[in-house]
Design a protein around this ligand. Structure first.
Ligand SMILES: *Cc1c(COP(=O)(O)O)cnc(C)c1O
Length: 364
């Protein structure tokens, strides 16, 4: 197999999704499986669908189109506000989109009329994280406009927290969303199918003991793929945290001093160099760099430490070990390392079902 590569265990992804679908199902919450971190890979989409997710969500229309081309027939929602310039494509490939701007909603309505389709609108509400969302005072007016426009359906309302400002989903903001759902329904005499409480950061709240209220939907990516909730990056009970790992190959292995020498200037990526002299050390270079992933998001195997990275090199302190050239080293990844590795054309994506566990480090 070629390196570097992401190894993606599709059965572990299905397991994670199934546990979440079942646990949240008991609380009356449906799960949309979010594929954006996997660039809409059809194998990952299918792994989520096998687990019983109610549909798929992605932030990029390109990924949604790719899934449609590969015959994914499940409901798909575009979970980022559509670009005005992409309204036709959105209506064609996505069943539902998340919206905060009436100019976009109007364009979607026109495109849906042209395509002779009905497009679902989820209006996103701002509840404090200050990323996307209509201010609560403007919500009923916006919902009224959606109802007035042809070929649109007001599918529901939603919120996104813990992304820009790190505002955690809690009893207060979730109750606020429930109240808004009641108010929209009462004011406009409609019933909202979806009240979407958020993303993986909502899991502590949703699986806790608090009142769920009207929330009946979550969009989950990170928790399914990495087995973690993003608020404190702690593993979720019962989920695999190693469904996706990143493997890279040693291209240099030498004993070198711990301190650099010569005249000091800026480093390639602005990091600090070590300043403590610990004498000679066993160092390795892996063929993996900033162009492939986010080095801050890698967790090395026990006994190894990351010294730094440049565009194409990852420097490793091998501790008591010596890694031979050609050795493969396996890392756990966080969300940031995952999306960059997924997006890098230099990183191979090895997806398989029923993969057996391998040692984390193949020492020669
Ligand atoms: C990315 C995203 C999600 C999924 O977030 P995870 O933390 O990966 O679960 C859900 N909703 C929106 C609007 C998103 O942008």
């Amino acid at each position: 197999m070629s390196a570097p590569r992401l190894e993606i265990d599709l059965d572990k992804i299905t397991h994670n999704a199934r546990v979440l679908v079942e646990d949240l199902g008991e609380r009356g919450i449906a799960v949309t499986g979010v594929t954006k971190a996997a660039l809409g890979a059809v194998e990952v989409a299918k792994a989520m669908l096998r687990a019983g997710v109610s549909g798929l969500g992605d932030s990029r229309i390109e990924n949604i189109e790719a899934m449609r081309h590969q015959r994914i027939a499940a409901p798909i929602m575009l979970i980022r506000s559509p670009m005005l310039s992409q309204a036709e494509r959105v209506v064609k490939s996505a069943d539902i989109s998340f919206n905060t701007e009436l100019s976009v909603v109007r364009r979607l309505s026109a495109a849906a009329q042209d395509a002779d389709r009905v497009h679902g609108i989820v209006l996103m509400v701002e509840l404090g994280d200050l990323r996307e969302g209509i201010l609560p005072v403007d919500l009923i007016g916006a919902a009224r406009e959606v109802l007035r426009l042809p070929n649109l359906e007001l599918t529901g309302i939603g919120v996104n927290l813990a992304c820009h400002s790190g505002m955690a989903p809690d009893a207060t903001n979730m109750a606020a969303l429930s109240t808004l759902a009641d108010e929209v329904e009462a004011a406009l005499d409609v019933s909202l199918e979806i009240v979407s409480g958020g993303n993986s950061a909502n899991l502590n709240w949703a699986l806790g003991k608090g009142k769920i209220g009207r929330i009946n939907h979550l969009r989950l990516g990170e928790a399914i793929l990495l087995g973690c909730e993003p608020l404190h990056r702690t593993p979720v009970d019962g989920l695999h945290t190693d469904a996706i790992t990143l493997v890279a190959e040693v291209i240099e292995s030498k004993t070198k001093p711990s301190l650099p020498w010569g005249t000091l200037a800026e480093t390639a990526f602005g990091g600090d160099v070590t300043s403590t002299d610990t004498g000679d050390m066993s160092r390795a270079i892996l063929a993996l760099g900033e162009q492939d992933m986010d080095p801050a998001g890698l967790v090395p195997p026990d006994g190894l430490a990351i010294l730094g990275a440049s565009g194409d090199h990852l420097l490793i302190d091998c501790g008591k070990r010596r890694l031979q050239v050609g050795t493969e080293v396996r890392f756990a990844v966080n969300y940031s390392a995952l999306i960059r590795a997924m997006t890098s054309p230099f990183v191979d994506k090895a997806m398989a079902r029923g993969r057996t566990a391998r040692p984390s480090l193949n020492l020669a």
